[in-house]
Ligand binder design. Structure first.
Ligand SMILES: CC(C)(COP(=O)(O)OP(=O)(O)OC[C@H]1O[C@@H](n2cnc3c(N)ncnc32)[C@H](O)[C@@H]1OP(=O)(O)O)[C@@H](O)C(=O)NCCC(=O)NCCS
Length: 159
């Protein structure tokens, strides 16, 4: 696991009582492109979702949400969102969340994890490359007209 700049960070499963905090972070990170609150509720309540929060001194500073699916014929985790509050970025929280969901996905039998990112989201792409994700396809207009994405994938098991 990557060293995290905060020694006292705690990562745990999200609860319904975290909904407002998670939604505020999602809006802070993505503005009008944020997932609606009803989706965040779905991330927390739906059994096939793994939604984790990172806490510092009992305050939620980031979250990650992924769904257990079948992708390319294999049991897969699909990460829908990973957000860290701006003032806590660059100190390992994103890495900690990504590693934590990968551990949970493995425990649930997932063999691969995949996700999407905007082609111009250099910070997110760097995070994923650092964690051994590789681009498998470009997604034309995935985030709206003229806003392309890429899909990335990682093996969670040693083959
Ligand atoms: C992407 C995000 C989750 C990363 O969280 P974070 O806590 O800052 O990430 P970490 O501190 O664990 O950094 C991990 C790696 O990401 C990359 N990274 C982090 N900040 C970076 C920056 N400012 N510039 C370039 N790369 C950066 C680096 O590769 C870094 O590894 P390093 O520290 O060894 O150089 C965070 O920036 C964020 O919430 N962004 C807004 C929401 C978003 O875009 N989510 C992804 C959608 S696909």
């Amino acid at each position: 696991m990557a060293a995290c700049g905060f020694s006292s960070i705690v990562v745990r499963r999200a609860r319904l009582s975290d909904l407002e905090s998670i939604y505020r972070i999602e809006v802070e990170c993505f503005g009008e492109d944020a997932f609606p609150k009803s989706y965040i509720r779905w991330f927390i309540e739906e059994n096939s979702f793994i939604t984790l929060v990172a806490l510092l001194d009992d305050k939620i500073i980031g979250f990650i949400a992924g769904l257990l699916e079948v992708f390319m014929g294999r049991r897969a985790g699909h990460v829908y969102s990973i957000d860290v509050k701006p003032e806590y970025r660059g100190r390992g929280v994103g890495s900690r969340l990504l590693e934590a969901i990968e551990d949970e996905l493995r425990r649930c039998g997932a063999e691969i994890c995949y996700l999407e990112a905007r082609v111009d989201n250099v910070v997110a792409l760097n995070l994923y490359f650092k964690h051994d994700y590789r681009i498998i396809e470009r997604l034309k207009n995935y985030y709206g007209f003229g806003r392309d994405g890429v899909r990335l994938i990682k093996n969670l098991v040693i083959e």
